[in-house]
Design a protein around this ligand. Structure first.
Ligand SMILES: NC(=O)c1ccc[n+]([C@@H]2O[C@H](COP(=O)([O-])OP(=O)(O)OC[C@H]3O[C@@H](n4cnc5c(N)ncnc54)[C@H](O)[C@@H]3O)[C@@H](O)[C@H]2O)c1
Length: 114
């Protein structure tokens, strides 16, 4: 599926109940060997919540998918030990750099996706 080998990895998808997040999650679950997915989403009501609930119901059929309902801005949730995979600990450090005005969110993006 990609140039990055995601087999046997735990992947955090933010916005997992959204259009892209849910489709990406499903595709990774279908195609990547022994992948574990953690989906984080606040399930906001920007549009019909029942659409997001339907997507999450589909994803809940995968034993390798775990859903956490919450806001990425909730520090207690995000920093809870052991809750989210190691990638987020990296994000933590990088986000702190944003909070401290050492880098801008736009400078952060290419670091996160490379
Ligand atoms: N859909 C497209 O065609 C398209 C194209 C280009 C870029 N994008 C970008 O991709 C991203 C996802 O798009 P989408 O169409 O899946 O949107 P979407 O609204 O369907 O999904 C976004 C999800 O993020 C969740 N969310 C929002 N704020 C949150 C927060 N603070 N904490 C946790 N969850 C939160 C929402 O509840 C929602 O389920 C967006 O940044 C969008 O701008 C989308």
């Amino acid at each position: 599926m990609s140039n990055v080998d995601l087999a046997h990895k735990t992947i955090l998808v933010t916005g997992a109940a959204g259009f892209i997040g849910a489709n990406l999650s499903q595709r990774l679950l279908d195609e990547v060997e022994d992948v574990k997915m953690i989906g984080l989403d606040s399930v906001n009501n920007y549009y019909d919540v029942s659409i997001k609930e339907y997507r999450l119901k589909q994803l809940s059929g995968y034993p390798a998918f775990t859903f956490i309902k919450g806001n990425i801005a909730d520090k207690e949730l995000v920093f809870a030990p052991g809750l989210l995979p190691p990638l987020l600990h990296l994000l933590q450090v990088l986000h702190q750099a944003v909070f401290l005005n050492q880098i801008t969110p736009l400078q952060l993006l290419p670091i996160l996706v490379r």
